[in-house]
Design a binder for this molecule. Sequence first.
Ligand code: GLA
Length: 568
Amino acid sequence: MTGYGKKSYIHKILSGVILGSMFFMMGCSSVQETTLPNTETDIQEETVWNGVWTEEDKETLRYVFEQDFDGYAGVCLPEAAFSDEQRMELAYRHFNYVTMENEMKPETFLGHSPKIGEDGYPVLDFSKADSMLEKLAQYNESCDMEEKQIRVRGHVLVWHSQTPEWFFHENYDPSAPYVTSSVMLERMENYIAQVMEHFYGEDSKYGDMICAWDVVNEAVNDTDGMLRADSSWFRVFKNERFVVKAFVYANRYAPDEVKLFYNDYNDTNPTKAGGICRLIDKIKKDPDARIDGMGMQGHHDMNFSVYDFEEAVRKYASVVDEIQITELDLKSSEGYRGENQDEEYLKQAYVYKALYDSVKKLVKEEHLPITGITFWGTDDGNSWLQSANSVGGSADGKRQQCPLLFDASYGEKPAFDAFVRPQSLPVRIQTATAVFGTDFSSAKAFDMQVEKTKVQVQPVWNEEGLSVRLLVVDNSESDADQITIYVDPQDSRKAGAQILTATVKRSEVKSKPTRYEAVIQIPIEQLQASRTLGFDVCVTDNGVTGAWNDAELMQEKTSENYGKLILE
Ligand code: GLA
């Protein structure tokens, strides 16, 4: 292969032509150009940043993320967004990092049917990406502060999905046999080289905007952390060589300051995270490869586990220098059909808040390198989850979805407050149901989680009072493990209310190394159907106590923030 290389864009970077607009931040911060201009024509006016954060700016995601963890605030945009003024207003107000939804994917560059050049390699079509970059560059020109300018994540070079099947076959004919792995490597190298040459080559106008690339997307399967087999890349190679080589070629042709990422979903699943780290280790063993970061896609749902998220971030941080959440959204609750929207919105806000609190903690207290959060869309109306599809982390088309921070009319949701003004979120009062009887197997159970301890709560009631069976999955047995139930029989929601409480210690009940089970009975007179009790559960594991509803753990003093238990 000839004709590709770093020289052309290196010349451009060093020539001073774009000196005035070199404003890499964070991921791109290694470059602060100091080369002296060598001709008069090289001398450019320095960009003068005369803006300051205004009061209005302080209510934006990009400001808050910068202050809280010095990270990018990212959003995914399709080409169509640029003709929707309101949507772009939102994008330009809140975000300083953009991922193109489809326009930098192989199927867009390669096209649905092959167009082959004289050299025998596909001719790529960059027009969609270029037109989006042009608009973003124009917006950047208008910025008065470096921090408001938009950087771009290149997404994605090597992926089993949204890559035309003909790319993998002899004569670029999808009905012909697969090419050999050595031919495929040549095609991959040519493809990556062409992409890099286009965006960072001498004639490129936008190279300084694109500061990271997802080099490989979703190569690991969900079940055992090995390579996914339902991929034409895998069918040609049958091993991880294509992943390693993708990072070799990206390193060969991308500028050194451009960050190279591996990106995947189900990224908090411990088995998959282990598989991804093993794959990253293999990439790192090749001296010609470079991998800088892990992209945790972050297509989560309401059962998001902070514990699993933190464990995964720590794992990734042990193998790469940088971590970004790259495609964040939240699928709605199981069975959500659009009723109780306020409740669903608040529940979602608290899941986002838990994730964001954790990001801040991991960065500030544990100094882990999370450098950005990108949401997969501006608003609920334009989310990919609105239509069912078979892509990992997708929607099944059955429940109503409201995954993002802005609603379909571009209004701020509580989920937005969770990031920008968390103190304004109302306390969420959850509701559960206790059925009549003594049979726990017919109870309407609900789950709670404290760190990695998972508890299933099964409440029932009869004339004598309330009975609650608790199934606790906790494999770190300790003397302090215990469960406490709080009941405010009048649901009076106030300080100093008459409260009934009972505690069971793990040491007092049937316990196995991984779990224990407790039944707590609370006598209450005159119970009747449709009555509501104030109710909360606290679980202590390894010295950490967490609650079902009142996260401030004020249960002893006030029932104000107990959940509600409706007798049925
Ligand atoms: C994956 C990809 C994204 C996008 C989403 C679905 O997460 O990485 O590019 O296609 O699926 O929209």
